[in-house]
Design a protein around this ligand. Structure first.
Ligand SMILES: Nc1ncnc2c1ncn2[C@@H]1O[C@H](COP(=O)(O)OP(=O)(O)O)[C@@H](O)[C@H]1O
Ligand SMILES: [Mg+2]
Length: 223
């Protein structure tokens, strides 16, 4: 009997705009592609950040094509259709904010997701969204009890006297029973610079950004 690859549905989101959802979705897709897997990004944000990024990369023949579709609203059927052709579905939704409390994309994706990653900057305004995220996750787990939900602290300050902010952010996640990854991302210009070239940090010249991203992905996917 042939060994079947376990399919994974990854939702990267929950927090506010700007926390790094699209960057992380793109980096995960590139990493899986480098491992010879077949990922698909579902860009579920009306801003179409990931779809634009994929289109920009197409202009560079040296970069592998990352398949991407755009879907909004209830995306359950889009996910089910995608599972017929792809082993890893990476969902990049828009942020949760007071104007988007319904977050249909996030709720519908969470009903099918195998893993959920919640990026948060170590800032009070981001951490304030934890209450709402944990409530959405708790509801999702009623019908999807095997869902694995992890937080990741992103864009961390490198100044030693600011390290307490990272620790406090991790404690805040734990207080809402969302276990933070030990991996974090630091605030680095290379995340913006690589985006301008249609690539991910894994395809760029900043070795530290590469290392932190790979550690994060491996820890999140348990590979
Ligand atoms: N670790 C990081 N350090 C510095 N800038 C980052 C980092 N991660 C992402 N960014 C930048 O922050 C901005 C928002 O990231 P993005 O992934 O679009 O967030 P979201 O999808 O959550 O709105 C982008 O300009 C991106 O390049
Ligand atoms: Mg985005």
């Amino acid at each position: 009997m042939s060994k079947q690859t376990k399919k994974e549905i990854l939702l990267i989101g929950g927090g506010k705009g700007g926390v790094g959802k699209s960057s992380l979705s793109q980096t995960i897709a590139v990493y899986l592609k480098q491992l010879g897997k077949n990922p698909l990004i579902i860009d579920a944000d009306p801003q179409k950040t990931s779809r634009d990024w994929v289109e920009e990369r197409r202009e560079n023949p040296d970069l592998p094509n990352i398949p991407c579709i755009h879907a909004t609203g209830d995306i359950r059927q889009d996910i089910k259709d995608a599972l017929k052709s792809y082993d890893y579905i990476i969902i990049d939704p828009c942020g949760i904010d007071p104007n988007n409390l319904e977050s249909k994309e996030i709720r519908s994706a969470l009903s099918l997701a195998t893993r959920h990653l919640v990026p948060l900057r170590p800032k009070r305004r981001d951490l304030k969204t934890l209450r709402q995220i944990s409530s959405i996750v708790d509801t999702a787990k009623i019908h999807n009890p095997n869902l694995i939900c992890r937080a990741v602290i992103t864009q961390c300050p490198s100044l030693p006297n600011q390290a307490y902010r990272i620790l406090e952010a991790k404690e805040a996640c734990k207080s809402y029973e969302i276990s933070p990854l030990s991996s974090i991302t630091m605030h680095r210009n290379s995340y913006d610079d690589c985006d301008e070239n249609g690539c991910s940090v894994l395809e760029y010249e900043d070795e530290k950004a590469k290392e932190e991203s790979i550690a994060l992905i491996k820890e999140f996917l348990e590979i």
